[in-house]
Design a protein around this ligand. Structure first.
Ligand code: DGL
Length: 267
C-alpha cells in the first residue's frame, strides 16, 4: 500500500476534469491538481522553454509533496516535456496525455481526421508520428485554437450557452468543410466544451478525447505488482488544488476548488 499523492499538472483548469475522473474511479487516492497559472498559456511557448519550466516545477513538487505518480494532464506539456522529465526523474512514474489520434484515424471513413490543440501541440511532429503508427493512411487536419484555451481558462464559468456554442461552431464548420468525419480534442481545456462539440458536430463528425485512456493508464499503474501503489482502503483521501505563483487565489479559483470539494493552496 502506498498513501503518497497522485499529482496532475496543467497550465490551468485542464487537469481538473482528469482529477475528477480518477477520483470517481479511485476515491481513496490522494489527488493534487497543480494549475501552473504562472506560466499559462503553455501552448504559446517553445518546446525547450516548456521542458525547463516543467523540470523546475517537478523538482519543487517532489520536494513539497513526494508524489507516487505524476500525470501530465496536458497535451502541450506531454509532447514537449515528457521525455526530458523521464530522463531527469527516473524514479518517478509519469503518465502523459496525448491526442487520441489513433482511435480517431482507425474510426474514420473519409480518411480525414481533425485535431484541435494548442499551437505547440499542433506544430509538434509527435502528431504525425501517432498517425504513422496507425494501420491505415489518413490525412490529418491540425488546427491550433489558442482563443479556445483562453476562453475556457478565463471565461468558461461566466459564459452563456450561446457564446460557448458560437466559439465551438467556428471550428466545427472548418473541419466539416474540409471533409473530416472524426475530430480529436487535443487539449485538455477543450473537454469542458465536449457537449457543445458533440452537439455542433452531430452524427457526421465523431469526437475523440483522451480522458478515459489516461484514467485507465493510472489505474493500470496502481494495479501493478498486486496493487502495491494503491492507497490503503480505509485511508481518508486529500483532494487539493494547488496554484503556482505568489499572489493569493482569486474568487474564480476559490469557486473552482469549492465546486469540486478540493482544498485550495499555493505551491
Ligand atoms: N491544457 C493544455 C493542453 O492540453 C494547454 C493549455 C495551454 O496552452 O496552456 O495542451
Amino acid at each position: 500500500m502506498n498513501n503518497k499523492p497522485i499529482l496532475f499538472i496543467d497550465s490551468g483548469i485542464g487537469g481538473l476534469l482528469y482529477c475528477a475522473d480518477l477520483i470517481k474511479r479511485c476515491p481513496q487516492e490522494d489527488v493534487y491538481c497543480i494549475a501552473d497559472r504562472e506560466n499559462f498559456p503553455y501552448g504559446q511557448r517553445e518546446k525547450n522553454e516548456l521542458a525547463r519550466i516543467l523540470i523546475l516545477l517537478t523538482e519543487k513538487l517532489i520536494k513539497n509533496t513526494d508524489p507516487k505518480i505524476l500525470v501530465l494532464a496536458c497535451n502541450t506539456a506531454t509532447v514537449s516535456a515528457l521525455e526530458p522529465l523521464r530522463q531527469n526523474f527516473p524514479n518517478l512514474l509519469f503518465v502523459g496525455t496525448v491526442p487520441a489520434v489513433k482511435p480517431a484515424v482507425n474510426a474514420s471513413k473519409t480518411g480525414k481526421t481533425g485535431v484541435l490543440g494548442t499551437t505547440r501541440t499542433i506544430n509538434d511532429p509527435y502528431n504525425r508520428a501517432l498517425v504513422d503508427e496507425c494501420e491505415k493512411d489518413c490525412e490529418i487536419i491540425g488546427i491550433a485554437a489558442p482563443d479556445l484555451v483562453e476562453f475556457v481558462e478565463q471565461r468558461y464559468e461566466n459564459a452563456g450557452k450561446n457564446e460557448k456554442t458560437a466559439i465551438v461552431k467556428k471550428y466545427i464548420d472548418i473541419f466539416r468543410a474540409k471533409g473530416a468525419d472524426t475530430l480529436v480534442l487535443g487539449c485538455t481545456h477543450f473537454l469542458y466544451l465536449l457537449e457543445e462539440f458533440q452537439n455542433e458536430a452531430g452524427p457526421a463528425i465523431k469526437i475523440f478525447d483522451s480522458l478515459d485512456g489516461v484514467t485507465k493508464r493510472i489505474e493500470h499503474l496502481l494495479d501493478e505488482n498486486n496493487g502495491e501503489l494503491r492507497a490503503s482502503p480505509g485511508s481518508k483521501p486529500e483532494y487539493k488544488l494547488l496554484l503556482t505563483g505568489k499572489e493569493p487565489a482569486d474568487s474564480i479559483w476559490e469557486n473552482r476548488a469549492q465546486d469540486l470539494g478540493f482544498e485550495l493552496g499555493l505551491v
